[in-house]
Design a protein. Sequence first.
Length: 109
Amino acid sequence: MLQVIAAMPEGQGASISYLAERMILRHNSAVELVDRAVRAGMVRRESDDEDLRRSIVKLMPEGEKVIQQLIPLHLAEIDLRGRDIIAALEVVLASRPSDAEPKAAGDTA
């Protein structure tokens, strides 16, 4: 969840619905996860200025610290397993039906 929040484009907020979608969670599970992260001091909730029914989740300094600790670990994992991940993705892409190929922008065919 911290990575999803950190990866949000500048000026956009991570709503709980967005987090649930990106993390493939049910909304109530995302709410519970956010609640635990709030209690741990990793994130805070703010009301969305445009829609007061919606909460925006933002990283706190403690959450930022965790992200900074994870970056070198994730880069080391990519160094270790990156070729295997690429090979697995190539197998998946090669096995999909030809009609599943994405169309280029402006392609009407």
